[in-house]
Write a protein that binds this ligand. Structure first.
Ligand code: SF4
Length: 366
């Protein structure tokens, strides 16, 4: 098989001279090769980095470049171990709460978003903030504020304790109740069954969310839908691609961290769609060859917070284990890019820095 990473490719092991932003330092597509003995990998596309993750990681990298280390980051900037470890080596300091940041220092808020209480906490400590909340999460916050001001009961479908859900819930705690899934529908209580709307976390399983909504609607027939999809384009696209290839996969491997909601959902989606078995790995070394015994086709995808370098290394490992064919299963092409947070862009421009990642510039010119 043609090498999938190339000889001069950076390595996840070394942390390499690679920018974590811009999806990867690799070309957009992987060479498709026939397997000599019929053993092959079905590679999902789209996979990996979404526009919100790319922007958040780029924001930390650019902040380090412009202001120098340390740059504090509240929570993991995105839910990926490799990204967090790499940024830590470069001078980012990850903290759990804004009150751990020294007074007057600079802090980046993660892609998952924060509640107004966190903004207030940062202001009270005189922190310079860079808000890397994904614009698609901000959209859900705005919906929550809008429907709370209309005095609706808001049923927020999502995982209690997940940072994104905490942030959205914090916009209007007196109006929002979190519904974890179909099992929790029975305990929902509302003030007026004719004034209820559901919203959701951006990274859920589309199918399970719709089951929850159906059950909620049986209880509250006048339940309103969100003005537009809350489950984001990237989550949906990765699930669609996995659903397409899963029925043909004896084993499905999803690259992503355990706390990455959309990565964990991809494992569930693969199993529901007919994959023989499905596993999540953080990196190539986590892949147990015993999982592949008797398999001829392996499906491979990655969550929205996973740099492509990690997928390439899993592919190399599968290649070494005899899965020498690669076939891409593409269901759509993505070209969404988000601009950097406004205040960071302004500071970069003032300092004469290049404001956009080349890929981001290309997307805007297109
Ligand atoms: Fe934004 Fe979706 Fe990516 Fe989350 S998964 S950062 S909502 S694009």
């Amino acid at each position: 098989m043609t090498s999938t990473t190339g000889t001069d490719a950076p390595s996840a092991e070394t942390g390499g001279p690679v920018s974590l932003a811009g999806a990867s330092a690799f070309p957009d597509s992987i060479a498709v090769t026939p397997g000599a003995d019929g053993k092959k990998v079905l590679l999902a596309a789209p996979r990996g980095y979404c526009a919100g993750v790319d922007r958040a990681v780029d924001a930390v990298e650019k902040a380090l470049e412009l202001y120098g280390a340390p740059v504090y980051v509240r929570k993991e900037i995105v839910h990926n171990k490799f990204v967090v470890e790499t940024l830590t080596k470069r001078g980012a300091v990850f903290v759990s709460e804004a009150d751990e940041v020294p007074e007057g220092a600079r802090v980046v808020f993660s892609a998952h978003g924060v509640s107004p209480a966190v903004h207030a906490q940062a202001a009270a400590r005189n922190l310079a903030t860079i808000d890397a909340t994904c614009p698609l999460v901000t959209k859900v916050h705005k919906e929550a504020v809008r429907f709370a001001s209309g005095d609706y009961d808001i049923l927020l479908i999502g995982h209690d304790g997940h940072e994104e859900v905490e942030g959205t819930h914090g916009e209007a705690p007196e109006h929002i109740q979190v519904v974890g899934g179909p099992d929790e529908v029975d305990k929902v209580e509302v003030r007026d069954p004719d004034k209820v709307i559901w919203l959701s976390q951006t990274t859920l399983s589309v199918d399970e969310t719709m089951q929850t909504v159906e059950l909620l609607r049986q209880r509250f027939p006048n339940l309103q839908d969100p003005p537009s999809d809350d489950i984001c384009y990237a989550t949906q696209n990765r699930q669609v691609a996995v659903k397409k290839l899963a029925p043909d996969a004896d084993v499905m491997i999803v690259v992503g961290s355990a706390n990455s909601s959309n990565s964990v959902r991809l494992v569930e989606v693969a199993l529901d769609a007919g994959a023989g078995t499905a596993y999540r790995v953080d990196k190539a070394e986590d892949l147990d060859p015993a999982w592949l015994e008797g398999a001829t086709t392996v499906g491979l995808s990655s969550g929205a917070s996973v740099p492509e370098i990690l997928v390439r290394e899993v592919l190399e490992r599968l290649n070494a284990l005899g899965f020498t064919g690669v076939e891409e299963v593409r269901t759509t092409t993505e070209d969404i890019m988000f601009t950097l947070p406004k205040n960071l862009r302004a500071d970069l421009k003032a300092a004469g820095h290049e404001v956009d990642h080349p890929k981001r510039s290309r997307a805007r010119q297109a």
